[in-house]
Ligand binder design. Structure first.
Ligand code: ATP
Ligand code: MG
Length: 335
């Protein structure tokens, strides 16, 4: 049987994704759900209002934050990012607001915080759901009064910064559970933008797969020309819990490992999927075992990653490594 090859003429070296909406370069997909998101962004980007980007892990929140900045009147100013999950909670305050020399033990020099670095531009607070409660109060003060207090400073500094925040947590639930301040939630949630999971916009899967094949062909010097019917079918049937990041990693692996000119098979893990087969009869890969083990530990620690007795400690991993493993393995909140 002749296999279907997506791109024949010129191969992927010639491939360019379809027409791109100005301002959204590098964001692949033309599903209605994604185009709706683009429409909303075009409307709100030029305003100075705070924006809250919601969506599961790997749906493109960080990319979209960058687009909002590029489409805003602040585009020629700085876009400063801070991932609240990637730095220890005790350091977030000084990262965000800065400190004066000698403000605390170890503060040998004055430090300008990310808010001040982003003056007249945009600050992107990624994984805002991970921000400790005490700091949430300080952030609210910054948003309301448009001034920051460097740690150890007597006088606040006026700032003009637009805030974009993102989270893959359900903030309403976080509020209900007492982990996120209601007033901050209201302040940030003026304009929520929700990125749809990949399984709800399956019509984008092929475009994305082509785009990533092209990207990894270039990176690896391979010349993979497309996907077999079987590969397409399994991609379309899969649930993609890790969304676009999972698809990207999958394609990267397949481009590198393909034995012929096309990708014959997409080894998606049906166990990750809804309606999976009988788990008893499946032999797990090392990655699947690692994934299960991490999830079991996370459950045991009520999802706590940092701190004494938390998952990173039990797994004997630096928390940042654990986070990146979780991303790679498509482990999301609410496992
Ligand atoms: N529409 C898209 N087109 C092309 N690449 C995309 C698209 N959306 C996401 N990606 C790619 O998928 C990966 C994940 O995107 P991103 O980091 O923006 O997701 P995220 O929602 O911030 O995830 P997390 O919540 O885990 O931080 C990145 O490598 C990004 O380049
Ligand atoms: Mg992100």
């Amino acid at each position: 049987m002749k296999e279907k090859v997506l791109i024949v003429e010129g191969g992927y070296a010639e491939h360019r994704p379809g027409p791109v909406m100005p301002g959204f370069e590098g964001i692949i997909g033309k599903s209605h759900l994604l185009l709706n998101v683009f429409d909303n962004i075009i409307q709100v980007a030029p305003t100075d209002t705070s924006i809250l980007i919601l969506g599961e892990s790997g749906t493109g929140k960080e990319m979209i934050a960058g687009c909002i900045h590029k489409l805003s009147l602040r585009k020629d100013q700085r876009f400063v990012k801070l991932n609240c999950a990637a730095i220890p909670p005790t350091l977030i305050e000084s990262e965000l607001f800065g400190h004066e020399k000698g403000a605390f033990t170890g503060a040998f020099d004055k430090r300008i915080g990310r808010f001040e670095q982003a003056a007249k531009g945009t600050i992107f607070l990624d994984e805002i759901g991970e921000m400790p409660l005490e700091l949430q109060a300080k952030l609210l003060h910054v948003l309301q009064d448009k001034e920051v207090d460097r740690i150890g400073s007597k006088a606040p500094v006026k700032i003009d910064v637009r805030v974009i925040a993102a989270t893959n947590r359900n903030l309403e639930k976080e509020v209900a559970d007492g982990r996120f301040r209601l007033d901050l939630y209201y302040r940030l949630n003026v304009i929520p933008i929700t990125l749809p999971p990949l399984r709800d916009r399956k019509e984008d899967i092929i475009d994305l797969a082509e785009y990533f094949i092209d990207r990894y062909n270039r990176k690896s010097g391979r010349k993979i020309a497309g996907l077999s019917d079987r590969a397409i079918k399994s991609m379309m049937a899969y649930h993609w819990p890790g969304n676009i990041r999972e698809l990207e990693h999958m394609i990267e692996r397949c481009v590198l490992l393909a034995k012929g000119p096309i990708i014959e098979d997409i080894p998606v893990n049906p166990k990750n999927d809804q309606g999976a087969g009988n788990p008893e009869t499946q032999i797990k890969t090392i990655q699947e075992n690692e994934r299960d083990h991490i999830i079991a530990v996370l459950r045991k620690c009520n999802g706590k990653i940092w701190g004494p007795g938390a998952a990173a400690e039990i797994l004997n991993l630096p928390p940042t490594t654990l986070r990146s493993k979780m991303k790679k393995l498509g482990i999301q909140k609410g496992y």
